[in-house]
Design a protein. Structure first.
Length: 138
């Protein structure tokens, strides 16, 4: 007969204090509706996913920033809120850059006739200026 002895040990895990802090990044207020129409498209407006593309293309950069930020928090050099705020501001800039860079699908001839430029997502710059980030605490 074989018997097994189970030995249980207590493992201590050092964890930083629980902080439910995160950043919301996007369009808020009046421009939010315009952003949704452009991001996902409608029957008349083609899909131009500026927010999803910006986040996807910069995901590795966000991971690196979080890794560095986590080390700073553990050393006591920064607060979690400050790290999250910086990450939100970085994403804000990345989304604005994508609004400027996105060229496809192009505007139709009728839309071009009524706009100041050829960028499909920029006419007067209101949507781009409305991209904001905010830190939220639970």
């Amino acid at each position: 007969m074989i018997t097994a002895k189970v030995v249980r040990t207590r493992r201590k895990t050092i964890r930083p204090p629980q902080q439910d802090v995160y950043a919301k990044v996007g369009l808020f207020g009046e421009e939010a509706g315009k952003g949704v129409l452009n991001e996902f498209g409608t029957g008349c407006i083609p899909e131009r996913p500026f927010m999803r593309n910006a986040i996807r293309e910069n995901r590795d950069s966000y991971r690196r920033a979080l890794k560095v930020g986590a080390a700073m928090v553990l050393r006591g050099d920064a607060s979690m809120e400050a790290i999250v705020r910086r990450l939100g501001e970085q994403a804000e800039g990345d989304i604005r850059a994508m609004i400027d860079a996105l060229r496809s699908p192009p505007n139709t001839e009728s839309t071009l006739a009524s706009k100041k430029g050829s960028n499909p997502l920029v006419d007067e710059g209101q949507m781009k200026a409305a991209v904001k980030s905010k830190v939220v605490r639970r």
